[in-house]
Ligand binder design. Structure first.
Ligand code: ZJS
Length: 258
């Protein structure tokens, strides 16, 4: 066998010898009777991942100022935390912010409901889960993602602050991702507000008595865990931080050239 027969080039890919696939890319595309396992391969997945980014960017790129609100999927509508979530959504709407949530039940639904009923824009970024679930009925604009990491990019890219209501592992994941992005300066001037001092107080104490005590975080990192019970204070913290950002931007903007 000549060297040329023993090589297959498929776009930027080179196969030799026994690694040469039995069929060409075009054959696999055009032969409808062929096996379909290839749609579950990683290269194909990349396209699906790309399309999720395209859909997310397409839906959200013209969103006005927005705040992402996180919290438990399991809190029931008769809980006082649900009421708190509604109030946070309503205050955000009154302050002119769109509310973005994970689009699910519980605290997500509460924040979407509060935002929608106060006349604000209510957004849900859902996630495909192993069990049947649709976006909650208070989502006015929504998309359901396949991939958690694509969805997480959207929360950060299209909101200017995070509000974290009581929740479980999913909420903790979102909280710690946000404060890691702030700590590592991947995002700047991005307020993160924890709502529910009784609920979050124990976590803050542990961070101080364990992480800070062992010098695993800096003293100023404690400020990343801002806590309140008051929905109005949530808004004023966010607005203060955004005003400061605008002032800094104005100050640093180059003046007219002479
Ligand atoms: C009934 C049930 C468990 C439904 C789960 N349905 C969900 N739908 C959308 N986002 C979710 C869901 N579960 C977790 N999340 C994400 O993780 C967070 C809540 O997780 P947890 O309940 O705190 O841990 C939410 O902020 C949300 O972004």
């Amino acid at each position: 066998m000549t060297e040329e027969e023993n090589v297959r080039r498929a776009g930027p890919l080179t196969y030799r010898g026994s690694a040469i696939p039995a069929t060409t890319t075009d054959q696999r595309l055009l032969d409808r009777r062929g096996p379909t396992d290839w749609v579950h391969t990683d290269p194909w997945r990349v396209l699906r991942i790309q399309s999720e980014f395209v859909e997310g960017f397409g839906l959200l790129s013209e969103l006005p100022s927005a705040v992402s609100v996180f919290g438990s999927a399991r809190i029931r509508p008769d809980s006082e935390y649900y009421r708190l979530g509604e109030q946070v959504g309503a205050r955000l709407a009154e302050a002119g912010y769109a509310t973005i949530t994970g689009g699910g039940p519980g605290m997500m639904e509460a924040a979407n409901k509060g935002a929608q009923q106060a006349g604000g824009l209510s957004v849900g970024l859902g996630i495909e889960l192993p069990f049947e679930q649709s976006l909650n009925p208070y989502v006015d604009m929504g998309v359901t993602f396949r991939y958690f990491f694509v969805r997480k990019t959207m929360f950060v890219k299209y909101s200017q602050a995070f509000v974290v209501l009581p929740g479980g592992f999913g909420t903790l994941d979102e909280l710690f991702e946000a404060i890691t992005l702030v700590q590592t300066k991947k995002v700047t001037r991005f307020p993160v507000v924890l709502v529910g001092t009784e609920f979050w107080g124990g976590l803050r104490d542990w961070v101080e008595s364990s992480l800070l005590k062992h010098n695993l975080i800096s003293p100023q990192d404690m400020d990343l865990l801002y806590m309140t019970d008051d929905p109005d204070e949530v808004i004023s913290v966010i607005q203060r931080s955004h005003r400061h950002l605008e002032d800094t931007f104005e100050r640093d903007r180059p003046g007219p050239s002479s």
